[in-house]
Design a protein around this ligand. Structure first.
Ligand SMILES: C[S@@+](CC[C@H](N)C(=O)[O-])C[C@H]1O[C@@H](n2cnc3c(N)ncnc32)[C@H](O)[C@@H]1O
Length: 279
C-alpha cells in the first residue's frame, strides 16, 4: 500500500466560508429522518453493550488507568446517591468510519473495560474486520464490536442515549474521514455539515486524524466556533474545554490508511477536543 498520494486541493488555507457555515449550524438541529437500517444497527449495538456489562448492569471489572478504562461510570465510583450499576450510564467508545476495523482492535486493547463500537457504511470494508492479519494471531478483544451503519444517523441515536443518561462516551475516534478536498465539496466535510454540533456533543474526548493539515485545522477551528456560539446562547459552557491541533508520528499505525500514509512518509495531523465533563 505504499505510494499514497497526498491530498491535492484547490484550497490553500481554511475554507473561506468555514466560519459562516459552522456558525449557521451551531444553533440548529439536523433533522433528516433516520434510516430504519441504522435504527436496527443501533439496537444491535445496544444489545452488545448490555450483554457486555452483564444482564443486571454489572460492569466488567476495571483494569488499570483512570475513568477511561473502567466501564464503571464516575457516578458509581464516586458513590453518588442513587447511582448503581443498573441505572448508571454505560460507558461506550465509538470508532466512527472504522473502515476495515483495525483501529477498533487497537482502541479496544487500550480500553479493555469499555465496549468499543466500530461503525462504517461499507460492507466490503467491514467484512475484513477482525481477520487474523489485523489481530497478529491474537483473539479479537471481547469488547470490540463492528456494525454497518450511517454515521449521520447513528450519531443522533447515540446522542439521544447520552442525553437520556443511558450512555456516556469517554472517547470518540474519527480517524481519516474522507477529506472532500475540493472547495466546492466542503460542506460534505463533517465539520461543515449540520451534523457537527451532534458529533461535538457526543464524546468527552474526540480525536480526529487526517493526512490533510487543512482538515485538522478546520475541524479544530469549527469546534471552537461551535462552543463559542453555543456558550453565547447559554446552551453550553466552555469551562474546562481544550482544543489541540498538531502533527504526530504514529509509531505503530492503527489503521489501514494510517499505515499507507506513514509508508508514503506523509505528515499526519490530529485535532483533539477534550471536555472536562463527560458529554
Ligand atoms: C478514508 S476511509 C478511513 C477508514 C479507516 N478509518 C482507516 O483509517 O483506515 C473513511 C471511511 O469512512 C466511511 N464513511 C464515510 N462516510 C460515512 C458515513 N456517512 N457513514 C458511515 N461510514 C462512513 C467509509 O466507508 C470509509 O470506510
Amino acid at each position: 500500500m505504499s505510494g499514497a498520494n497526498s491530498v491535492t486541493s484547490n484550497q490553500e488555507t481554511l475554507h473561506k466560508d468555514l466560519e459562516e457555515v459552522v456558525r449557521k449550524y451551531a444553533r440548529t438541529t439536523f433533522l433528516r429522518p433516520i434510516a430504519d437500517h441504522t435504527r436496527e444497527a443501533f439496537a444491535e449495538v445496544e444489545t452488545f453493550v448490555e450483554k457486555f456489562y452483564g444482564k443486571n448492569g454489572d460492569p466488567v471489572p476495571a483494569q488499570g488507568r483512570d475513568d477511561m478504562v473502567s466501564g464503571v461510570t464516575n457516578a458509581i465510583r464516586d458513590g453518588a446517591p442513587g447511582a448503581n450499576a443498573e441505572t448508571a450510564p454505560r460507558a461506550v467508545i465509538l470508532d466512527s468510519g472504522c473502515g476495515t476495523g483495525e483501529s477498533t482492535i487497537h482502541i479496544a486493547r487500550r480500553f479493555p473495560g469499555i465496549p468499543v463500537i466500530g461503525i462504517d457504511k461499507s460492507c466490503a470494508r467491514l467484512n475484513k474486520a477482525g481477520n487474523p492479519s489485523q489481530t497478529a494471531g491474537e483473539d479479537v478483544p471481547a469488547n470490540a464490536f463492528w456494525i454497518r451503519a450511517e454515521l449521520l444517523d447513528f450519531w443522533r441515536l447515540a446522542l439521544d442515549y447520552v442525553k437520556a443518561c443511558k450512555w456516556t462516551i469517554p472517547y470518540h475516534a474519527v480517524y481519516y474521514p474522507n477529506p472532500w478536498p475540493k472547495q466546492s465539496e466542503a460542506t460534505r466535510r463533517f465539520h461543515m455539515h449540520p451534523i457537527f454540533p451532534t458529533l461535538l456533543a457526543l464524546g468527552k474526548t474526540i480525536e480526529l486524524r487526517t493526512n490533510w493539515e487543512i482538515y485538522a485545522r478546520e475541524f479544530a477551528e469549527a469546534a471552537r466556533i461551535v462552543f463559542d456560539e453555543r456558550a453565547e446562547a447559554g446552551m453550553t459552557t466552555k469551562t474546562g474545554m481544550t482544543i489541540k491541533c498538531e502533527s504526530f508520528d504514529p509509531i505503530t499505525p492503527e489503521t489501514a490508511f494510517e499505515r499507507k500514509y506513514k509508508e508514503a512518509r506523509q505528515t499526519l495531523w490530529r485535532a483533539i477536543i477534550k471536555k472536562s465533563k463527560l458529554n
